[in-house]
Design a protein. Structure first.
Length: 94
């Protein structure tokens, strides 16, 4: 388990965004956990920053809330697309 002082800025931003989006839209942790096919306790760990969701889970959350991965992670827009492009995972149209 991660020490509170060792959490990265991205992890902290992600957990805050997850909590904020859930509350703004009127969902309970159990609702989001069910959508993600995880236990509520696992989702609670995501929101508290104790564990990090997988890329697949992040994509599902972004789709569910209709936000970008960058928004969830607090990164500049299109940052993830360029990282995935450099890794050969996605193509960027010319």
């Amino acid at each position: 388990m991660q020490d509170e002082n060792s959490r990265s800025a991205v992890t902290i931003h992600l957990s805050e965004q997850m909590r904020k989006l859930r509350k703004q839209r009127g969902y309970k942790q159990a609702d989001i956990a069910a959508f993600l096919y995880v236990d509520r306790s696992a989702y609670t760990c995501y929101e508290s920053g104790r564990t990090r969701p997988s890329l697949e889970t992040l994509v599902r959350l972004a789709h569910f809330y209709d936000v970008s991965l960058e928004y969830l992670l607090g990164l500049p827009e299109n940052k993830i697309v360029h990282v995935l492009h450099r890794a050969g995972i996605v193509d960027i149209p010319e």
